[in-house]
Design a protein around this ligand. Structure first.
Ligand SMILES: Nc1ncnc2c1ncn2[C@@H]1O[C@H](COP(=O)(O)OP(=O)(O)OP(=O)(O)O)[C@@H](O)[C@H]1O
Length: 695
């Protein structure tokens, strides 16, 4: 994945935020007005355009056909095709006869197991002649003899970091006991930590966890667990290197025997260690927990015919992630430790007296996706029954009222948002998606109407909850934090074909484990064609909606789609029937949200825009969420009041009491309900509105 901004855009950004921007070689690209001590920064959003383009027209059968017509002898693995590597110099050596290139069957990207020669499918096609003749000179001429992206630099930086750390034996027995208590790793032996390469920093509290890729002797990245003492609590945070781009590697990979055929995958290093200690089984931990199974790790995992996934057992998201990962790894070989089998992560299970090996042996095979029995999803049913709160989805932090109605944001659903032109749909969606992304939901934005840089500016203001224009000196601070989000952008602008958009989405879901796609808006996929009749136009739109519906269901990925209302509806209050096109949108969508522009005339809605939820398939609750707009931060969330500011609170409390009557007067036939006790004043207000259910 690449971070790219074109030079003109960089200059514009620099001017806008009055900050200098440098190239990686420290050459000044744009000066801004800031003093020259500002550090080098990268562009702050991830552009997947190149990857998406590369994925176009690549599919398993196209890859197989190409390899066959080129007379390349290949084997089909679980996730990759493999062929002997004749390309790299090392593989010319008779001792490196076993070197293979692995070609990912979904994307076509390839890399060699020995020399880490790597590239995209297009590059492979371009040098296939040189590849077949094993002519390294030729490959160099073609300038694609590239190593896995950034592997060398990252390895060097990781080794440098390791030099800052010390062996655990440098700790006294009391210091090690403190460390165990601090990280809550009772039961783990020092020898186990050491075997897996864990080291301690000079402060005797922070830990270093190395990760490895194909070279089991040299780490390619690391995680630092940083312990911070705050006045009232101790906080442990994780710093991951490399952050996003490049090869992340796997913790524990250095100990995996080349001939091992079974593997356990965990989402946490300590879980991997307890499994190693208690069972001696080959085990690795994922670099970013349940949020990512890096695609470049797939060739490493080809050797295993059985993979047991035991991810962090707390919560539905990890169970969902295990199922998504098993699809990526090939369900045939995957076994899952379900929350029903063991509701906690491995270390916690061990600490509470559970026999870890027994749980791994009982892991259930993932059944064939099109032939299922009740037994295969009985744990899902039990989960849904016992963890209803959890199943109701990821909760918005900025929109508590949305949680009350929609019960959170769930995977695999289709949400349609409509509203009059210019009413603020993009602005709202930006914050709605940012809120979830900030909680770790991997998000892909398709903004066809406004440029990514403008959208990112809005998001940055919302993220910082202040105007970046007015606080330009803080740009670097916020941009750095913003850059940490798992946020990706499609690099499309204006009209785009559905095929191209789907290809980019498919690629992003597969490679980046995207969980939420936002498409703003559907009209940009209708094509420039002049439709003969309105009917033709409606049919086309229905096909598009059907496509997005299928996508969200089959990839268990939430799709939020902006659809314009019918022209004649502008100026009137909109309903589910106002969405442009046939009935498809309202049939296929799981949730329909309308940004109502015609501000309420009286009561609590006076002068406010609001979101009206007119369809909610999950729960059936409907209602409204009032929006207060703050122009500076482009945010729909009220600014936090200073502590002790009772003036506003008193007014609000009073207003809450009268609100129901005032509101009922505004919309008497549509809403019923009352405010709830015990909520904060703001929540009271939201609650008093959202409790009114459309009947
Ligand atoms: N509640 C609001 N009050 C005032 N201005 C707003 C509000 N919400 C958004 N805006 C501003 O209105 C402009 C249009 O907003 P936005 O692009 O989000 O609307 P939209 O509904 O997506 O437009 P379109 O129908 O063209 O796609 C932006 O400049 C935005 O900052």
């Amino acid at each position: 994945m690449k971070s790219v901004l074109s030079l003109p855009n960089l200059i514009k950004l620099s001017m806008k935020f009055q900050t200098p921007i440098y190239a990686p070689n420290s050459q000044l690209l744009a000066s801004g007005h800031r003093p020259p001590h500002v550090q080098v920064r990268r562009g702050y959003f991830h552009d997947i355009s190149e990857e998406g383009q590369d994925a176009l027209n690549v599919n398993p059968s196209a890859i197989r056909t190409f390899l066959t017509t080129q007379n390349i002898d290949f084997k089909q693995g679980f996730t990759c095709y493999s062929a002997a590597c004749t390309q790299c110099r090392k593989c010319q050596n008779p001792t490196a006869k076993k070197a293979k290139i692995f070609i990912n069957s979904a994307t076509g990207s390839f890399n060699c197991s020995e020399c880490t020669w790597s590239g995209t499918w297009k590059q492979f096609e371009a040098v296939v002649d040189a590849f077949q003749h094993g002519d390294p000179a030729d490959s160099e001429k073609n300038a694609v003899h590239s190593r896995l992206r950034g592997l060398d630099d990252a390895s060097e930086a990781a080794e440098e970091e390791r030099r800052l750390t010390h062996c655990l034996t440098s700790l006294s027995a009391a210091e090690f006991a403190d460390l165990v208590k601090l990280h809550q790793i009772q039961g783990l032996k020092m020898s186990t930590l050491m075997e897996l390469g864990v080291q301690v920093y000079s402060n005797k509290r922070d830990l270093f966890f190395p990760r490895y890729h194909s070279n089991q002797n040299q780490c390619c990245g690391y995680k630092r667990m940083i312990v911070r003492e705050l006045p009232e609590e101790t906080v442990i945070t994780e710093q991951i290197f490399p952050k996003e781009a490049g090869v992340l590697g796997l913790f524990g990979w250095n100990l995996i025997p080349k001939k091992a055929t079974e593997l356990v995958i965990t989402s946490n290093e300590f879980d991997a260690m307890i499994i190693r200690q208690e069972t001696g089984k080959p085990v690795v931990a994922l670099p970013k927990g349940i949020s990512l199974l890096p695609v470049e790790a797939l060739p490493l995992l080809e050797q295993f015919s059985k993979i047991v996934l035991w991810l962090d057992g707390s919560g539905n998201r990890s169970w969902q992630a295990a199922k998504i990962f098993s699809r990526k790894l090939d369900e045939k070989r995957c076994h899952l430790v379900s929350p029903e089998l063991c509701p906690t992560r491995a270390l916690n299970a061990f600490q509470s007296g559970t026999e870890v090996n027994g749980i791994i042996l009982k892991a259930r095979p993932v059944s064939h996706k099109s032939v299922v029995t009740f037994g295969s999803f009985r744990s899902d049913v039990l989960n849904e029954l016992t963890n209803r709160e959890d199943f109701s989805g990821l909760r918005w932090q900025r929109f508590p009222a949305l949680n009350r109605i929609l019960k959170g944001h769930r995977r695999g659903e289709l949400t349609v948002l409509t509203g009059p032109t210019g009413s603020g749909k993009t602005t709202f969606l930006s914050e709605y998606s940012l809120d979830l992304c900030n909680q770790g939901l991997r998000t892909l934005w398709g903004s066809f109407e406004i440029k990514n840089s403008r959208l990112a500016k809005t998001m940055l203001n919302q993220f910082a909850r202040k105007s970046m224009q007015k606080n330009v000196t803080e740009f670097d601070l916020w941009a750095d934090k913003f850059e940490q989000l798992a946020l990706y952008f499609m690099a499309f602008h204006g009209q785009e074909t559905l095929d191209n958009v789907f290809e980019a989405m498919l690629h992003a879901v597969y490679v980046h484990d995207i969980e939420h796609v936002i498409v703003d808006n559907l009209q940009f996929m209708m094509g420039a064609t002049n439709f003969k009749t309105i009917h033709d136009r409606i049919v086309k739109q229905d096909q598009l909606i059907e496509g997005f519906r299928k996508f969200s269901t089959s990839h268990d990925c939430h799709v939020t789609l902006v659809v314009h209302p019918r022209k004649e509806m502008e100026g009137q209050e909109l309903t589910a029937q106002s969405i442009y096109g046939g009935a498809k949108a309202s049939q296929e969508a799981d949730n329909i949200l309308i940004l109502q522009n015609n501000r309420g005339k009286s009561g609590l809605l006076q002068g406010k825009k609001y979101i009206e939820i007119v369809k909610n398939r999950y729960d059936g609750d409907l209602g409204i969420v009032p929006l207060s707009y703050d122009k500076d931060s482009q945010s729909y969330v009220k600014k936090e009041r200073a502590k002790g500011d009772n003036t506003v609170g008193a007014t609000t409390t009073k207003k809450t009491g009268k609100a129901a009557a005032a509101f009922a007067a505004a919309k008497p036939s549509t809403f019923t309900g009352a405010a709830t006790d015990g909520a904060t004043e703001d929540e009271d207000e939201d609650q008093s509105l959202t409790n009114r259910i459309v009947i």
